[in-house]
Design a protein around this ligand. Sequence first.
Ligand code: ADP
Ligand code: MG
Length: 596
Amino acid sequence: MKRFTDSDLSPEILKAIAELGFEKPTPIQAKTIPHLLSSNQDIIATAQTGTGKTAAFGLPSIHLTEIKNKYPQTLVLCPTRELCVQISKDIASYAKFIDGLNVVPIYGGAGVDQQLRALRKGAHIVVGTPGRTKDMVRRKKLTLANIERVILDEADEMLTMGFKEDMEDILAQTPKDKQTLLFSATMSKKIIAITQQYMNNPIEMSVAKVNMGADNLKHLLYMVQAKDRYEVLKRIADMNPNIYGITFCRTRRETKDIANKLMHDGYNADAIHGDLSQAQRDEVMGRFRKRQLQMLVATDVAARGLDVNDLTHVINYNLPDESEIYVHRSGRTGRAGKSGISIAITHTREMYKIKDIEKKARIKFSRELVPSGKDICQKQLLSLIDKIKKVEVDNYQIEQFLPEIYEKLESLDRENLIKHFVSAEFNRFLAYYKNARDINVKSNMPKERGSKNKRERQSRGERRRTPFSSFYINVGSKNNLNPNRLMGLINEGLRSGDAVIGKIEIMKKFSFFELEESKKSLLIKNLNGMDFEGVPLSVELASEKPITSRTNSNDDDSSRKRGRGNRGRDRKRGQKNPSGNWRGKKSGSKKRKKPE
Ligand code: ADP
Ligand code: MG
């Protein structure tokens, strides 16, 4: 079947799907539709998320419905309420031009009255979650005696969610000679075993994975330490102001955690997971669909089957244990020829998972560097400028205020005016990122190409070879010292701006920093006795050994920056140890709020 018109589907159905813009059947539809229209043999169909499975079983079910028989003929079971609502809506839309065909969703967590009324009116196709369906059957509100086909959609997920017994009970109430159809994105041996006793010589249909590795879907990976995962997520969001994506976590708890942090930090995010009430889930999904939410944090189960289009990003906050799940996650973006990005946030110990996914899914990850604070600021600034350029100016409304404004701004020339406007909007962003660390883990980087990267590599190497000395200075955060000001002080002391400065740790009453060894005497000589916020400075060598040789090797290169830059590192406050022995203390960055 190459076109829908090659099949026996009724003109009403063809008209409805043409209106929906379905031009030709998807591969799974091409396989299952002709079979379902002509044979009663059971089917086990496997096809990735987003490949049109609903229409694959929905269209033939509609076609085969005898409208005049006012009893349920098709039963679709699916794992979640969202999916239940979505499937019934989809089927109803395919049946739009068929008078009198009733599709009824029944699911838990919502009042039964309306569902009962709908059933009484005569449902032809019932779409239900196992729990509520079983309930309705038990209460004799739903008879399955005349069911002709049962569809188990996302069957394995129903098992995972503990619906095994409900499913078995329901299936036991259906006629022996019905057709049983199993549709799923993944098919475990377990589900096949369980349904085997209800299935009769099923034919297996699966379609080759589509989309994977296609040009429009890019797989990126960032390698960081586990503790930096969240920071990466934020940077991804900040680097993509128009992000519309799902972040997958492994557990409900992690899902909640991450979503809460994102919300707290001012992002447009929320979570969907099994602990939410149905009403809450509806509410979250509704906002996400309307794009009032930009980032949905979800567990695999909660997000399974949900049809949300045009995602820009799928983010694997944690990689799943099975490569197949990665495929399903990433298949949610880059659909229908649109471009999409699937990102894996990983650490070095997970390389085996990456390799496994690459091999099994036949895709290739490209390892990228986590955007730096500078990259992000640049991106955000340009997007701000675009916004300013594009903004609609209501001449009439603002006219009355303009004279006074012009007068107030008189002293600023064009250049300064621009600086002021941009800063007003942007300062808090800059403040957050000015001390941003490079959180990339350096090992296992693929060979970099291109002169720019080479230069970067060389300069990294240069810095790595630079011998450092560690210093103690008698001012800290209490004196309004921050890494930026400390760098200013050092540069002032050295009367230059090109010293290589290493780690910086700002404590409450004192601080530590590293500086290239060759500038040691000059700095001590010039800085001692200088005034900082009313305090005469005292600078001395903190210890013989530079910090780098005493701390975690993963960190040392990453936080060393050229002196001129704004970056440095802020350590946990309140560590009292002026001898400079702050080894082993966990570094923690100060909580900073992202600007809104
Ligand atoms: P699955 O159940 O396999 O995850 P869905 O049935 O939810 O996929 O379909 C995914 C999306 O593809 C839906 O928006 C649906 O309307 C659309 N779709 C389904 N079949 C076709 C088709 N033949 N042509 C174009 N779009 C289709
Ligand atoms: Mg589906």
